[in-house]
Design a protein around this ligand. Structure first.
Ligand SMILES: Nc1ncnc2c1ncn2[C@@H]1O[C@H](COP(=O)(O)OP(=O)(O)OP(=O)(O)O)[C@@H](O)[C@H]1O
Length: 261
């Protein structure tokens, strides 16, 4: 599943420059010349010191940040067919040239569909919506796809139980939960819909050892079903257990090469 000849996500000469409109239009170049190739069933971990651009890259793949240059491409035709048996179809059900979808300059509606069906993002912090229960927060990505409510609820509860979130909290809104409890709700929400591409921004940052182990298991199970993952993990133990390769971002700015683990 880790053949680099058939990527699911690729970047070629990717660039990011921020324009700081509130500061006289000054520009800040944070990435240049980044190449990457990520296959289905593979976990590529972004490495490098604080401020090097790890979160920026995840946000570009997720469509939060505009791509300044280069190409970022999803390859729907890779490895014959997707998890759901469709061949070469983009997220909107349309055939794309050679099964490819270029992520630069996609219209907003396409991003909506892409995030619903293809790209999942587990950020460090939960975006809390008042009065929406933890269970409903977790179910929502499945319901957005039109999944059966009963089945979605069951899957949400199974995940919350696996992540050791006490049952008494399931029907409460997570606004008052501890940092680690909120992070576990976020992880359950991120994994429930089994997106083919998962972006993981320090998903274990606030967790104790037992819950870190659960997240490692979730990642390994996702790999086994062919999920491609791009992640940031500051915890070296977790990183060693989940990473197939590291992508050092130092020099990108330049031409750093990927390290085999
Ligand atoms: N929205 C933004 N506007 C302007 N500059 C930004 C923006 N987002 C990130 N940056 C800048 O881009 C650079 C890379 O930031 P990024 O958050 O990607 O680093 P990181 O490698 O994830 O760091 P850390 O490990 O500390 O989270 C930083 O210099 C940051 O100030």
């Amino acid at each position: 599943m880790t053949s680099m000849n058939q990527p699911f996500l690729s970047a070629v000469a990717l660039e990011k420059t921020f324009t700081l409109h509130a500061q006289g239009g000054q520009t800040l170049a944070v990435m240049r010349g980044l190449d990457l190739s990520l296959a289905r069933g593979e976990c590529l971990v972004l490495a490098g010191p604080s401020g090097i651009g790890k979160s920026t890259l995840l946000k570009m793949v997720n469509g939060n940040y505009r791509i300044s240059g280069g190409r970022l491409t999803l390859h729907f035709g890779s490895e014959g067919q997707g998890r759901d048996g469709r061949t070469g179809d983009g997220p909107d059900g349309e055939e794309h040239d050679n099964g490819r979808l270029e992520l630069a300059d996609l219209p907003a509606q396409a991003w909506h569909v892409l995030r619903r069906d293809v790209i999942g993002y587990v950020s460090q912090f939960l975006r809390v919506v008042p009065r929406v229960s933890a269970r409903d927060v977790v179910m929502e990505p499945l319901l957005a796809r039109g999944a059966d409510e009963q089945e979605s609820r069951q899957r949400a509860e199974t995940l919350l139980a696996r992540l050791n979130l006490p049952e008494r909290l399931w029907s409460l809104a997570p606004g008052t939960f501890s940092g680690g409890e909120q992070q576990r709700v976020n992880i359950a929400r991120g994994f429930i819909a089994e997106h083919p591409l998962l972006l993981l921004d320090e998903p274990t940052a606030s967790l104790d050892a037992a819950n870190r182990d659960v997240v490692v298991s979730l990642i390994q199970e996702a790999k086994a079903r062919g999920t491609a993952m791009l992640g940031i993990f500051h915890d070296e133990d977790v990183r060693d257990r989940v990473a197939d390769r590291l992508l050092p971002l130092e020099g990108h700015m330049g031409t750093a090469s990927e390290e085999k683990l």
